[in-house]
Design a protein around this ligand. Structure first.
Ligand SMILES: Nc1ncnc2c1ncn2[C@@H]1O[C@H](COP(=O)(O)OP(=O)(O)OP(=O)(O)O)[C@@H](O)[C@H]1O
Length: 243
């Protein structure tokens, strides 16, 4: 059974239909990247999957007991408020010191515990947010533009970390990204949103789809070939056809 499935998902903000007819599912261990122009409903989609945004139509089915880890696009912390990383990590869930240390190390942020949140670089902050999401031992991680503001090597390193986490924990990942050519190497599937699902499939299929090219142009093909690498592991997708 899929971890999570949507059928005909639709979301409205007032008169504005932001998403409609979104059919989607994700299985254990998959990394799915959501791309789309600004305002195309990517954040709204993630928020609807975690239950923070109500649907105006359609169905969302989550596997019983599914544990989610969500990294929001923006974090609002008053910069004048003193807050160490360790204290921040304790905010959402009652986590022990060992769990916090372990999650920070796993997210590549070991050693930052006593730093002030306001002193972190963009890349360090993203890793702390990821570590916090790991505290709930998620079956599914949802990341909303996790590499915003990072340079290309920083982004590539972050996506490698996500792949490592998936391999080690077997969790599934849904992430929003604008950096298609960088993120695609770490993605099993891509869905291109523009109010609805314009196209979906493997990164190569989406990059060459006319719908995608109409939105983004064709300039990413060469870079895509450059960044795509061979996976050293295999995913068993047979059950999807049966499920
Ligand atoms: N709370 C809200 N109230 C009204 N409209 C909203 C609200 N949240 C989002 N919208 C609108 O819904 C549309 C989709 O927004 P969303 O943030 O999901 O897009 P996005 O694809 O994530 O954009 P970006 O790439 O800029 O982050 C936009 O037109 C936005 O203005």
């Amino acid at each position: 059974m899929s971890l999570l499935t949507t059928q005909g998902l639709a979301v409205r903000h007032g008169e504005n239909t932001v998403l409609h007819d979104v059919d989607f599912s994700i299985d254990r261990g998959e990394i799915v990247t959501v791309v789309g122009p600004n305002g195309s409903g990517k954040s709204t989609f993630l928020r609807s999957l975690i239950g923070a945004q109500s649907l105006s139509a359609g169905r969302l089915v989550r596997r019983d007991g599914l544990r989610l880890g969500y990294v929001p696009q923006k974090l609002h912390i008053d910069p004048t408020l003193p807050m160490t990383v360790k204290r921040f990590m304790r905010l959402p869930v009652r986590a022990g010191s060992d769990d916090i240390s372990h999650a920070l190390v796993e997210a590549g942020a070991g050693g930052l515990q006593s730093r002030q949140m306001s002193s972190l670089s963009g890349g360090q902050l993203q890793r702390v947010l990821l570590a916090r999401a790991l505290l709930s031992d998620p079956d599914l991680l949802l990341l909303d533009e996790p590499t915003q503001g990072l340079d290309q090597p920083g982004s590539a390193a972050f996506y490698r970390l996500i792949e490592d986490l998936r391999t080690r924990r077997g969790c599934a990942v849904i992430m929003v990204s604008h950096e298609l050519h960088v993120v695609m190497s770490a993605s099993d599937r891509v869905i291109c949103l523009n109010g609805h699902v314009c196209c979906h499939g493997t990164p190569e299929v989406v990059a060459s789809a006319p719908e995608y090219r109409a939105l983004f142009g064709s300039g990413t093909q060469g870079a895509l070939a450059l960044y795509r690498h061979e996976h050293s592991h295999h995913h068993d997708h047979h059950h999807r056809a049966e499920g």
